[in-house]
Design a protein around this ligand. Sequence first.
Ligand code: PRX
Length: 635
Amino acid sequence: MTDDAFNVGQSEWYHPTDEIIQNAHIPDYEALYQEAMQDVEAFWGQRAEVLDWFQKWDKVLDTSEAPFYKWFVGAKTNIAHNAIDRHTKTWRRNKLALIWEGEPGDKRTFSYHALWREVNKFANVLKSMGVRKGDRVTIYMGRIPELLMAMVACAKIGAVHSVVYGGFSEQALADRIADAQSRVIVTCDGSWLRGNIVNLKQVVDEAVHRSPVVESVIVVKRTGQDIHMEPGRDYWFHDLMNLPIASPYCETEVMDAEDPLFILYTSGTTGKPKGVLHTHGGYQLYTSTTLEWVFDLKDDDRWWCAADPGWITGHSYIVYGPLILGATSFMYEGAPTHPYPDRWWKMVEEYALTVLYTAPTAIRGLMRFGDAWPSRRDLSSLRLLGSVGEPINPEAWRWYHKVIGKERCPIMDTWWQTETGGFIITPMPSVSLKPGSATRPFPGLEVDVVDEEGNSCAPGVDGYLVIKKPWPSMLRTVYGDPDRYVDQYWSKYAKQGWYFAGDSARKDEDGYIWVIGRVDDVIKVSGYRLGTAEVESGLVSHPAVAEAAVIGVPDEVKGSVIYAYCILVTGFEGNDALVDTLKAHVRHEVGPIAIPAKIEFVDKLPKTRSGKIMRRVLKARAMGLPEGDLSTLES
Ligand code: PRX
């Protein structure tokens, strides 16, 4: 968020119509918020009654080992039961759970019954490969229905999935496999992107080579090109699903509410990715409640969360949230502009999609092509829009509102994180909006903007975003590293016991929250979260690079792009050819999303006397701004 956006946007109101308010699940946000805050535990306990539990809880929240909070203590459940099993016993068994379109234009649909069968079959396949409750399974796939099936199948048998986004490459994947110690990988031969095949299996082969813990690789045939299949290790998904062991009946494992459901790696301040751990009980409650109330999902909706299932947005709002609600979701495999810039709008028209949830970077990217592309399509089915991943600039917000939503569709700008599991600061359809603000906290959540000491900041003053009370879908730990969990999120405001989000923000006179951005070494490139350290390790793993420093620089479409400064090993010459080589190297090691937009060769990096790179100075240099106080700089 820029100062301009704040100054203008603060008084730019968009009020919902009476019709929207009357039809909303929550017509009066304020009243519900007040009610929830009177007794947060009772609020969640009551709401949890809408889900199925094999055994009810003894206690909603246990704070005795804070910050290792426990929710729904003593309860037995399984998210797969609520997401699929239970729907097959109701009229929803023949309702569409998923409508999918591949980039080349192929289509597939699954009813809840059909999805349930596939999930059961695959759950049996996993079992036959020796996967047991608590085992980790790494999933590295394109955006195809089997990805969703594999996730729910893991949950069903109590295995813990670790989905790695298909935009990551060898080393990033190898690190995540090694950290989770996954013996089984589920992948596909390739996926379609902008008319080309992304060869995912080749990346898996290399990563498995670097992480020898892997025993079996299950490969879905998607693109059909020739790939290497290692005898005794690699198996085709379709072969396994045709074996008698792949029976359509698989008992759903009875899980403790606090048993792990998944690990999702996210970038932090060090090179080692953090395995954010979420559990069955609280997560199923929070994702389904937030989705129902914020996007007002009803049975006749067709919901499109255009994120990738490999990120938290997809986990919570493509896979679990919508399935638990028994909703119909739409999923698309490829690029928004393939073959033409109206691909998204064509699909909204064709499938009569009613709610679209995407990222500001995608909106800005499509906005560049002008109004004619969306205007030639019938977008009248849409009734609500959403945004996530980074602050949305008011120009993009207004375009989205006017050209896509035809000024009828409120925009839900949802602020949250991999760690939070679900929306934290967000409007609901009945809340008045201001472009660029995620508005107010979800009921049951206490959020504030505070200074270093923890005092609430006055309106208009920048501070740190904190969450003052635990919530059901909070991360439970960093996988295998509880100290890092405490240190990263709970140490800054340890005295008060608040969660530190790592973002800066500002409130306005109306109590609306405006998120500014990260305060740590995390860069958001096209809404994707990357750690500077990850890109730096990628660069220094090349023999020419002695040291590297990476910063994020504002970009009109991507939000931020990466600038890299490299000190070369003696004997290497910093020329254009080396820039290309290093970009290719980062693509290969970390992934295409991590490729620096600019690489500059330098003799020295600005460092503090203790040896810490002063990114602030590099950023000022890159943007042509004053470099500020350099007194602590190493001479
Ligand atoms: O900086 C905030 C930004 O994205 C970060 C979390 O990234 P990740 O864990 O990848 O999750 C993204 C999807 C939930 C936050 O710390 N962020 C996310 N949503 C918004 C946002 N910044 C401003 N406005 C948002 N709506």
